[in-house]
Design a protein around this ligand. Structure first.
Ligand code: ADP
Length: 316
């Protein structure tokens, strides 16, 4: 079988590990694997290369995605997708493994309907995909954020400061939740666990009276203007406050062991699904085991509220 592999949407550490596993497992089962450049854009432009064992050598430790990624809005047009599918057919590529987030899965659903045997792997730091406990890249991003929180805490303590740390996650608070717990944040504010600003300020006043020297607030992006809130805290709580928006730093870096293992397992599992003629599904990890679900059960679905929220109240 000829299999295409691509990475799409926002990049995430561990995508390279997943591509490497697709290539190596694919070859070991007797398939040919083509790397498609820059996500769906490479399919549209017929930018694909045959990969061999050596092409993915040294890739486990590399951040980003060596295949490149893009947002390809043109792909939303039926006629453009038809051209892209024709490019695959001309090369005899009948199966496709896509690594990305919800948008990438939407494209994959369309391709399945158009006759391409498509499998999705969850590659995004946001951990915002239903049907999987973890996405590829999430654990590395948590490590990066925790490192930043630890550093901010040092300087916050010296200055008796309240640091607000804004992290990514879109509609999912897991990056804030996990990193907030690991970094000992006093407040964790997420879409699943919003907090009233006045409530935070009242609690900060209490902390100030108790003589605490610092406070850390970890907040998911798009909750409120963190710089404005820092000003408000400085005016009302007794702590001076600064906001730090971590932004794209969170996407980078060498993948941590969890993401290397997850990428390797998911890439191999995807090839094995194709061996069994299973497609139109996306891969997940549930209670440490590989699983797969039809795209329709995952796309646009919300993840249940994480049980770690129960812990936050007790340890923060
Ligand atoms: P992510 O996969 O990280 O959620 P995007 O939302 O940007 O990132 O989606 C990645 C790509 O998937 C888009 O650039 C587009 O090419 C394709 N895509 C997104 N939504 C759809 C859709 N509804 N139908 C077809 N393709 C889509």
């Amino acid at each position: 079988m000829k299999i295409g592999v691509l990475t799409s949407g926002g990049d995430a550490p561990g995508m390279n590990a997943a591509v490497r596993a697709v290539v190596r497992a694919g070859i070991s089962y007797g398939h040919e694997v083509y790397g498609i450049k820059d996500g769906y854009q490479g399919m549209i432009e017929d930018d694909m290369v045959l990969l061999n064992h050596q092409s993915v050598s040294g890739m486990l430790s590399k951040g980003g995605t060596f295949l490149g990624t893009s947002r390809a809005p043109e792909f939303l047009k039926e006629e453009v997708r038809e051209k892209a599918v024709q490019n695959l057919k001309n090369r005899g590529i009948e199966a496709l493994i896509v690594i990305g987030g919800d948008g990438t899965y939407r494209g994959a659903m369309d391709l399945t309907r158009m006759g391409v045997k498509t499998i999705g792997l969850p590659g995004t730091i946001d951990n915002d995909i239903a049907g999987t406990d973890f996405t590829i890249g999430f654990h590395t991003a948590v490590e990066t954020i925790v490192d930043a929180i630890d550093k901010l805490r040092d300087t916050s303590t010296s200055h008796r400061r309240c640091s607000i740390v804004e992290v990514m996650g879109r509609h999912c608070g897991d990056l804030a939740l996990f990193s907030g717990i690991c970094g000992g944040a006093e407040f964790i504010v997420t879409p699943e666990h919003p907090m009233n600003k006045e409530q935070i300020i009242e609690r900060l006043k209490k902390h100030q009276k108790e003589g605490r020297r610092h406070a850390i607030i970890v907040v998911t992006e798009n909750q409120f203007d963190v710089h404005e809130f820092a000003k408000e805290i400085s005016e009302k709580s007794g702590f001076t406050s600064r906001a730090t928006v971590l932004s794209y730093i969170q996407r980078g870096g060498s993948p941590c062991p969890e993401d290397r293992i997850l990428g390797s397992r998911m890439g191999t599992y995807a090839v094995e699904l194709l061996n069994d003629d299973i497609y139109g599904v996306c891969v997940g990890v549930r209670d440490s085991r590989m699983v797969h679900l039809p795209f329709v059960n995952v796309v646009g679905q919300k993840r249940p509220k994480n049980e770690l929220y129960g812990l936050v109240k007790k340890v923060s």
